[in-house]
Ligand binder design. Structure first.
Ligand SMILES: C[S@@+](CC[C@H](N)C(=O)[O-])C[C@H]1O[C@@H](n2cnc3c(N)ncnc32)[C@H](O)[C@@H]1O
Length: 548
């Protein structure tokens, strides 16, 4: 599920024995019992040795069923921020939708002009002769290789453009292979496919028919798989797949238990996945017993219109969470425009849960500037395309974007937030803007951007979220350099120094805790290690000034 991006992760080896198959069966048995807590007779014991859940009855969640959300998870006791909720191994892993050629063993992107390696068994392109993912459960398994042997000549004869669409059928076929494992197959089929809704959506249904069903059955002659079941699997993947992958790999995977988590546009969990695709879900905020455990299927730094469109189109429901119901997005104005008429008001939806409702200036003294939702949608798409086309590593290009739209978009508008997020990472690390070379004004600018972003993120992705962890780390740098320069120039008092160091230490402490949940080798994980080391140095400085 997006949003959860799914750029994240943590690491621990080994297979996890989960009871998702059994849990799913129980759910189906009791699906008619609405809003009832389902018993967990065969509990799932998280493997994580750092956390001891005690006896198996002490699982941190139970599964409930509601008319609106279907099955969802609820905390069975109070959960602390950072507390591990579940550790699960995937049911199936594979290439994402719409990917370019990649290795079916390790998912590395392949340039077929330069890379001519093909699997000896079936002819799919692979990264090298000794791909570590060959013959593995979550890579190019032997069973998969055998299945493709009958189409080997077709695969060998295909160039990049002919091969690219074939990848769409890879994960569905991997799901079909689970039939040899009845427990896992049952778990897979217990997932929501929304066939009734999807069948009425001609574009989606036809795409699946052409790219997956007909490819598997007609082109590859695998008629042992019925049309209906292939369509159901396509739906299961659309509704339940997580985006995972380390080191810029883009992979989709289905997980038992984790798929039960309902969506909220302000999630109270975050998840990481490691190099073995194991998923770990943690609480980001305190979750009180009896409260729903949510993740966000959408990107949190997007406006309500965009998120709700995405959720409707790809997850097939109308989100009506507190954030979506509030035209101000909980006071953040993350989707708001500036009023071109009165220039001081903010233009927001008149009824945010109605996708066609007009948008109006909220300023009482304005004559009531109004704009149709369709025009807002067009404008957002146009600006979105512009953001996509920006050179993400160019500070001048990003700054120019913010200047260009300063009279159009609210400063907290998600398009601005995205650009500011890129900028706050570039300031301090880009030639010409290296942290020690930055002027005080530039340092204050980086500090202010971090603070502004944190104010919004504190509301939309609160607690121990990856984004907060990274922003806190980014914030500590200008704070620290400004403090050091103040000391050198004798412009800050002893009292000031103490309070500034306290603020830097607080940023680093929280950042190092949050980012310690990330895999150590990931960008975020390494940032967490750097935060921890910097914290030791700041604490030492605090000790010295206290002693002196
Ligand atoms: C990954 S599944 C979650 C498990 C699902 N409820 C089930 O019983 O299998 C995603 C689906 O759950 C439902 N859902 C999740 N969050 C929801 C929400 N906030 N409001 C309405 N439906 C929701 C939607 O039907 C969505 O397509």
């Amino acid at each position: 599920m997006p949003g959860t991006r799914k750029s994240k992760k943590s690491g621990r080896k080994g297979r996890h024995r989960h009871a998702a198959g059994s849990a799913s069966e129980r759910c189906r048995d009791v699906n008619v019992v609405k809003d009832d807590i389902l018993p967990q007779e065969v509990p799932e014991v998280p493997k994580d040795k750092e956390e001891d859940f005690g006896n198996t009855e002490n699982l941190p969640y139970v599964i409930r069923v509601s008319d609106v959300m279907g099955r969802y998870l609820v905390a069975s006791r109070d959960l602390r921020p950072g507390e591990l909720i579940m550790t699960v191994d995937p049911l199936v892993v594979g290439p994402p939708q719409g990917c370019q050629p990649l290795c079916l063993g390790c998912y590395k992107k392949l340039d077929l002009e330069e890379n001519a390696y093909r699997c000896e068994g079936c002819g799919w392109p692979q990264c090298c002769l000794g791909c570590p993912g060959k013959g593995t459960e979550y890579g190019h398994s032997e069973a998969e290789c055998r299945l493709y042997q009958s189409v080997r000549p077709k695969l060998l004869g295909a160039d990049t453009s002919a091969l690219t669409p074939l990848y769409l059928a890879v994960v569905p076929l991997r799901c079909l292979l689970l039939q040899s494992d009845p427990d896992r197959w049952r778990t897979l089929l217990s997932m929501e496919a929304h066939n009734d809704i999807r069948r009425k959506l001609p574009v989606i249904w036809r795409n699946n028919q052409e790219n997956v069903v007909d490819r598997i059955r007609k082109e590859w002659g695998m008629t042992q798989y019925e049309e209906d079941i292939i369509h159901t699997i396509c739906g299961i993947l659309e509704v339940n797949a997580f985006e995972v992958g380390q080191d810029d790999l883009s992979i989709r995977a289905l997980y038992p238990s984790a798929f039960y988590m309902a969506h909220d546009c302000v999630p109270n969990t975050a998840h990481t996945d490691d190099q073995h695709f194991q998923l770990r879900v943690r609480a980001t905020t305190k979750i009180h017993k009896g409260t729903s455990i949510y993740l966000s299927y959408a990107y949190t730094l997007q406006g309500t219109m965009k998120r709700r469109d995405h959720l409707k189109e790809s997850k097939f429901f109308d989100c009506a969470c507190a954030r979506c119901s509030d035209a101000t997005e909980l006071g953040t104005y993350a989707g708001a425009l500036k009023c071109p008429q009165c220039t001081t008001g903010v233009v927001i939806s008149t009824r945010p849960l109605d996708r066609d409702a007009s948008w109006r200036c909220n300023n009482d003294t304005c004559t009531g500037y109004t704009i149709p939702a369709s025009s807002v949608r067009l404008l957002m798409d146009k600006i979105g395309d512009e953001v996509e086309a920006l050179d993400e590593s160019s500070i001048p290009a990003l700054e120019a974007f913010l200047r260009r739209y300063q009279n159009v978009l609210h400063p907290n508008h998600y398009h601005c937030l995205g650009v500011q997020h890129s900028l706050c990472q570039l300031y301090g690390k880009t030639p010409g803007f290296l942290i020690n070379d930055m002027t005080e004004e530039q340092l204050r600018h980086k500090r202010d951007i971090c603070r502004q972003l944190l104010k919004v993120v504190d509301v939309l992705e609160p607690g121990y979220s990856r984004l907060r962890g990274m922003l806190l780390y980014e914030l500590h740098a200008p704070l620290m350099i400004l403090t050091t320069r103040g000391v050198e120039a004798h412009t800050i008092s002893y009292r000031d120094l103490r309070s500034r160091l306290k603020e830097v230490a607080a940023c680093l402490e929280e950042s190092s805790i949050i980012l310690s949940f990330e895999p150590k080798t990931s960008h975020e994980g390494m940032m967490g290690i750097a935060a921890k080391e910097a914290l030791i140095r700041v604490r030492e400085w605090q000790r010295i000034i206290t002693d002196s």
